[in-house]
Design a protein around this ligand. Sequence first.
Ligand SMILES: [Zn+2]
Length: 466
Amino acid sequence: MRCLMFVCLLICSLPSFALDRSRVEGYLLPNGLQVILKNGYERDHVAIRLVVGVGLDDFNCEQKELPHLLEHLLFSGIDETGEGGLEERLQSLGGEWNAYTSSADTTFVIEAPARNQRKILDLLLAVIHDTRIDAKALATAKRIIEREDGGHYGHLQRWLDRQDIGHPASDQLATELGLKCPERSNLEDMTLEQVNTLRDRWYAANNMTLIVVGGLDRLLPAYLERTFGELPATEPEERRTLESIGQQAAQRRDLTRGWLGDSVKLHWLFVEPVLDNDHQATLDLLSHYLDWALYDQLRLRNGLSYGPSAKRESFGDTGLLSLNADLEREDIDQAVEVMQKLFDHLRKEGLDPETFERIKYASVAKESWSTQGNSALADYYWGALNDYSDGRFVNPVRKLRQVSLVQANEALKELLKEDGYVRIEKPLLGYDELYGLVALLLGLILAAGLLRWRRHAPEKPGGATR
Ligand SMILES: [Zn+2]
């Protein structure tokens, strides 16, 4: 009886065994390719991520788009059936893929049925290794990227880029500070030779990480060694030094967005300090805290903004924290004043301990439910590769818990040391200004009409004559 009870208890408690996300089966193939395998939540599906350690930041402004160009070229086809044939083969295996070039890496993202995982990996390997790149494919890829970037990069767009018109406020500030290129690199000048050199140097086994999460095939490790283990390795390339802040930026600027309207966006940006300990976790918590403080001040107490928010971004070697608010044009001054008061208060009093604990608790709780499912878990590993070693990812929950109020307050003090940068995005004309202009125009027309009428009007009898 007791034995039966124990079995019942064991069965009932089974679903509560949570997946330990931090532990994975991770190893290097003899050619240096890093493999990360994880039996995931759903058994009939696998999420595959092949991360190549080359991104936009590895190239200077003139060649920035080169890795993006190669990423597109790698989908040109592996035999005479070309791009279409490749897509058909993937479809017949039930898979879906995409690829992304970011500042730090180029990543191939695949979702597929678990039963076809080896065939799909065969196809991925062929894409990396066997894709034929010729002049025609190069021209096509250039046209696609041009369209992705919003059409042909003509003289007008180049000029507008230099005037910083049409970019989000953080991009604009990053350009002003010298952290971002002032204009797009010239795709037309990029050659087949440059693309091939990039491929030889950077698409090497020892510069790649393969992540597979889901219903893993028992034979997967042996298969990988036989196939991906054959990819050539190269002498590791030194990565380019990231841009640092090299120029001064205006403290406040208005940026024109569109022609007419009364909605504006206020962005208040601060350069993130570099912290000795728990850098990411501390700044994440600070950003969540400020997100709440903005909501409290701008929406709840003053009703100025519907959805204010805080956001962290990085440009070159520098992090920017932006505090953003959607506003009515007439409320700009009041919002600036409310935010200034909030910062002054935080500089003087620091974080409210109770609020900090609540924000921290919510952030920790979110960590445990925000990476559900194979794909989300695979994406999480992709984003956390810097925190990985020997089959273990640093536990983000532990990192968040570690951050103390004292630590957060010190970081806050550093963050708010300077006044920050204010960028206001607004349309050229508000409705009031438009009505004013129309009234002025009507007035002018009326005055001109009146003048004409008086000139042509018949003289009154008995009036003075010249
Ligand atoms: Zn693209």
